[in-house]
Design a protein around this ligand. Structure first.
Ligand SMILES: [Zn+2]
Length: 238
């Protein structure tokens, strides 16, 4: 086979191989920012969860403090009333004071029970917070490792891309300018695959059956023939 395609087939195939790899490298590169963002948002969620637990612990501790203050105030009140007992003049007043003291003591008994219960809650919340802190710390470490790894991959891919693009330019420069331009235009539209081998009577890229006239023209090789369906440059394997 002679003609523009046959004479330049090696350079065309080389360019296509490079363009295809460039295309796949682009896809890999485009995925990395989303993967890094996903990792970051997982870490953020964990952070929010930890903050919620810490806040909930503080709330329970505050509740404990409030009940302890209330208990102290009532105990002070009981002492004060106890002191008044010796000063009252009538039995009725005495009975009323005693009633008031008994009522306060009953309140305090409930408060003490409540405080014991809250102390259990505080212990449980502290333990949960401690575990979540440990988890968060280990997740942060692995996040850093994975993020650094992805940043490294990104750099490697960018360097590879630069090499591929240079090699690709060199391959295309070996082609006659008109063919080089046509090839580049199709490669850009077809994700790096501008060539299609003829397999029997069909275009191997899109599986379209080719007209006999077209097949003859490809065999003659005098001009560049593109697939009428997928627009790729058609060639026969020698
Ligand atoms: Zn085709």
């Amino acid at each position: 086979m002679t003609g523009p395609i046959a004479q330049n087939l090696d350079a065309l195939k080389k360019a296509q191989q490079l363009d295809s790899e460039i295309h796949h490298t682009h896809i890999l590169l485009e995925e990395i920012p989303a993967q890094r963002a996903q990792l970051k948002s997982e870490l953020e969620l964990e952070k929010v969860h930890l903050h919620e637990l810490e806040k909930s612990l503080k709330d329970i501790q505050l509740k404990q403090k409030e009940k302890e203050i209330e208990l102290m105030q009532k105990e002070t009140q009981i002492k004060k009333l106890d002191g008044q007992l010796s000063q009252v003049k009538t039995n009725k007043e005495y009975a009323a004071l005693q009633q008031e003291i008994a009522s306060l003591k009953a309140d305090n008994s409930l408060l003490e029970e409540g405080i014991i219960h809250i102390m259990d809650e505080v212990d449980a919340a502290k333990e949960e917070t401690r575990k979540e802190k440990e988890k968060f710390s280990s997740i942060t470490t692995s996040f850093q490792d994975r993020d650094n790894e992805m940043a490294g991959q990104e750099k490697t891919l960018q360097e590879r891309l630069a090499v591929l693009k240079k090699q690709r330019e060199e391959s295309v420069a070996e082609l006659p300018p008109e063919l080089g331009e046509l090839y580049s235009r199709i490669a850009l539209k077809k994700q790096g695959l501008a060539l299609a081998v003829v397999n029997g009577e069909v275009c191997a890229a899109c599986q379209m059956k080719l007209r006999p006239q077209l097949i003859n023209e490809i065999r003659l090789g005098e001009q560049i023939i593109v697939c009428e369906n997928c627009s790729r440059i058609l060639y026969f394997e020698n």
